[in-house]
Design a protein around this ligand. Structure first.
Ligand code: LRH
Ligand code: MN
Ligand code: MN
Length: 388
């Protein structure tokens, strides 16, 4: 078994990006449950995200969603984030919440709607220039509900055209990260339904286009770690949207539904060198906390990803490779399971103490009184913009 001390350095460098929308009220299409103290502004979402970083030490950036987080002055928002001890990260474009997008955004049959959607994507690159963000995350709700509704090929052409226009606008250090999703809101075809489609478009675009793996966006039973291994090997894994699912795109806390799957994914990340800065993989959460308190929900999720990463780093790569080379099926499987079955929580608690953090972030946040304070100060918090 790999020594704990050997994994410390990698863990200390780990960074998990938080979604601003996880801090606002959210729900299903049946009900949004309001919670006391939820943020009313992008600034307040950032202040809440900074709490997660303060107690875990590994969540230094916040991802924005435009227009949910639109402000007059993004440079000022970036400065505010820095004052709170965090940075602004990925910019998520939103071309899925206007009546005009009923039949799609960049793949809409109407050129005027396509132009409007493209203008929004280009505006998001302007935002990135102001915030210093590297990545533009593109997820399209585009698709069709009925056979024959629109021409599948033509929609691919329109998609490729829009992506090329955004790609041409990117600065040298900026990237497109393209997210796929099997279904929803479209139920017959999605225009980017799977990693193969996303990968093909990214290949055509070039080096600054990579694929996003949102763990909730696959058919049940899909081997996500295979996709991760493939994309990393091809240099095309750009980012994760981590969350858990039992049924569809549930957006539950990462590692809650299937911690073993999260471990298997992170094992492939470690195996493929995906934790290194050079790999350029962004590790993000994409979650909504509909019934649980939001800041603790984010802290728990970050800790779940950290635990899975620690276990993945504990895999004895030599023992595993030797067993694989011998064709020792059970030995190889045992090498993996030994690491998964290790309780890393005491080790991570020690690591936090060494870093000057409280060993128990959940308890420390609860003791801090922050939740009570913002509940008293903030009245009329906003829905995150998702669900309902
Ligand atoms: C789509 C998605 C995408 C959106 C987010 C709110 O289901 O995963 O990443 O930006 O949810
Ligand atoms: Mn997502
Ligand atoms: Mn999703």
């Amino acid at each position: 078994m790999t020594e704990f001390s050997a994994v410390k350095e990698s863990l200390a460098r780990q960074a998990i990006e938080l979604p601003s929308w996880a801090f606002g009220n959210s729900g299903t299409r049946f009900k949004v449950f309001g919670q006391p103290g939820v943020p009313r502004t992008p600034h307040e979402k950032i202040a809440d995200a900074a709490q997660v970083h303060a107690y875990t030490g590994i969540a230094p950036t916040v991802s924005l969603h435009i227009p949910w987080d639109r402000v007059e002055d993004f440079t000022e928002l970036a400065e505010y984030a820095a004052e709170q001890g965090v940075r602004l990260g990925t910019i998520n474009a939103n071309v899925f919440q206007e009546d005009d997008y009923r039949l799609g955004s960049v793949t809409n049959p109407d050129p005027a709607v396509r132009r409007k959607a493209l203008d929004h994507l280009l505006e998001c690159v302007d935002v990135m220039d102001a915030t210093g963000s590297r990545d533009l995350k593109l997820w399209f709700s585009d698709g069709t509900n009925y056979p024959g509704q629109d021409d599948i090929r033509a929609r691919q052409d329109r998609l490729a055209e829009a992506l090329a226009a955004v790609y041409a606008r990117l600065g040298d250090d900026q990237r497109i990260v393209l997210e796929y999703k099997l279904f929803e809101p479209a139920f017959y075809t999605m225009d980017v339904p799977d990693w193969g489609t996303a990968y093909a478009h990214c290949l055509e675009l070039g080096d600054k286009a990579k694929v996003v793996v949102d763990t909730g966006h696959h058919a049940p039973g899909t081997n996500i770690e295979f996709i991760v291994a493939f994309l990393l090997r091809a240099g095309k894994l750009g980012a994760f949207d981590f969350n858990s699912r039992f049924y569809a795109d549930d957006d539950l806390m990462a590692g809650a539904a299937d911690p073993f799957q999260l471990f298997r994914i992170l094992h492939e990340v470690v195996r493929g060198g995906g934790l290194s800065a050079e790999a350029g993989v962004a590790f993000m959460l994409d979650q909504c906390h509909n019934i649980e308190p939001k800041i603790p929900g984010q802290i728990r999720s970050v800790l779940n990803v950290q635990e899975a990463t620690a276990k993945a780093l504990l895999v004895d790569a030599d023992t595993l490779a030797e067993a694989q080379a011998r064709g020792d099926v059970l030995g190889a499987n045992a090498a993996l399971m030994d690491a998964y079955n290790t309780d890393v929580r005491p080790f991570l608690a020690d690591l936090r103490t060494e870093q000057g953090l409280d060993p128990d972030p959940m308890a420390a946040f609860a003791r801090s009184g922050y939740a009570e304070r913002v509940a008293a100060e903030r009245v009329g918090g906003h829905q995150a913009g998702w669900g309902a």
